[in-house]
Design a protein around this ligand. Structure first.
Ligand SMILES: Cc1ncc(COP(=O)(O)O)c(C=O)c1O
Length: 348
């Protein structure tokens, strides 16, 4: 792998904290191109502009996919990744759905580890912040014809981020717009899924909500996800979450929370969640917690869910199941506890 180091590091311990989430990037990036049917010339070079032409295929036809993951630092300045091979696998599933070439998992992981070793000082060590990692791939041919790109570019960039924390998360059940339809691209981390979600999310924000709960695209009858997180409810003494489908992103945090819950002898049932049944469960007292899970926030308690004129309120329970699972998960991620699952991978 060719490595070109930045002449001068831009790192300082303050500016990224003052900037918004995901807007200060570390010194280097990993980049590899797909041409003539193969990935070639992987390199690490200073983070900087890409030389693109207006005919760049992905700007027109949207063959663009990405991943989101984090590197964490533990007490002895040891750096860890959390289940990185799962992100490599999911990227390749997204690639297949979007008619893009898969990237060998080994190349993805070697590029990532080398990049993190070079930019290690960018991984925050305060025990709560982390280095957000954004691998992405786009069609990089230059032609405007509605057929798949022949060339592709895969890049990894990283940015230090503070813990994503909101004490109030008020969400609205979306009954008009759809994030993902059956047969569509919802299970892929395709850029267009996010572009299409911004307008309904903006409408909800104007009404005072932080996020939406997406319902199925056929009849808006079943709960699917919350914003960019998978969703869980506590029902009596168990957890329920919608089963994976082609309209739900298979979250790595979702999978980890299910396994952690089972490890703690809490049953987690993957079942279709009928919106009206969930509301009846809330009214009868059987549904007592609602939370979203994802890389950005780990676990985020939902404070209220609004369905038409009805507002279901959930009191934050610091001893609740969501908080307990969040602590378990973050203790593994930051190297503060045993890792019975082998999820934590050392970087340095
Ligand atoms: C639509 C959507 N659902 C769920 C998730 C959670 O996935 P993960 O736990 O892998 O971050 C994300 C975030 O990546 C997302 O964008």
């Amino acid at each position: 792998m060719k490595i070109e180091k930045a002449a001068q590091s831009r790192w300082d311990n303050q500016s990224w904290k003052n900037a918004g989430f995901g807007s200060v990037f570390s010194d280097h990036m990993f980049i590899v191109n797909y041409k003539d049917g193969q990935w070639q010339d992987p390199q690490i070079k200073p983070y900087g502009p890409l030389n693109v032409l207006p005919s760049l295929h992905s700007l027109h036809y949207g063959q663009a996919i990405f991943e989101g993951m984090k590197a964490y630092k533990g007490t002895n300045d040891e750096a860890f990744l959390f289940r990185p091979e799962q992100n490599a696998k999911r990227l390749n599933k997204s690639a297949v759905r979007m008619c893009m070439p898969e990237i060998p998992e080994k190349l993805f992981l070697e590029g990532l580890f080398e990049l993190l070793r070079i930019d290690e000082k960018w991984i925050p060590n305060d025990g709560t912040s982390s280095l957000y990692i954004r691998p992405f791939m786009y069609g990089s041919s230059n032609f405007i014809k509605a057929r798949p790109s022949t060339d592709y570019t895969f890049i990894i960039i990283t940015c230090p981020v503070q813990t994503y924390y909101t004490d109030e998360v008020h969400v609205k059940i979306e009954l008009d717009y759809t994030r993902a339809s059956s047969g569509g691209t919802g299970a892929a981390k395709a850029a267009g899924n996010y572009g299409a979600s911004f307008y309904p999310a903006k409408m909800a924000q104007q009404e005072g909500f932080q996020q939406l709960i997406w319902t199925d695209g056929n009849n808006h009858q079943f709960i699917e996800e919350s914003g960019t997180m998978n969703i869980f409810f506590k029902r009596n003494n168990e957890l329920i979450t919608p089963p994976l489908s082609d309209s739900i992103l298979p979250g790595i945090t979702r999978d980890s929370i299910i396994k952690l819950a089972n490890h703690n002898r809490i049953e987690c049932i993957e079942e279709k969640i009928d919106l009206k049944e969930m509301i009846r469960g809330y009214e009868s007292g059987s549904i007592s917690e609602a939370f979203g899970v994802g890389t950005a926030a780990a676990v985020a308690n939902i404070t209220s869910i609004t369905h038409k004129d009805q507002k279901l309120e959930f009191k934050l329970n610091e001893n609740g199941l969501a908080e307990q699972l969040k602590t378990n998960l973050q203790n593994i991620q930051f190297g503060r506890s045993e890792d019975p699952f082998g999820w934590r991978i050392k970087v340095n």
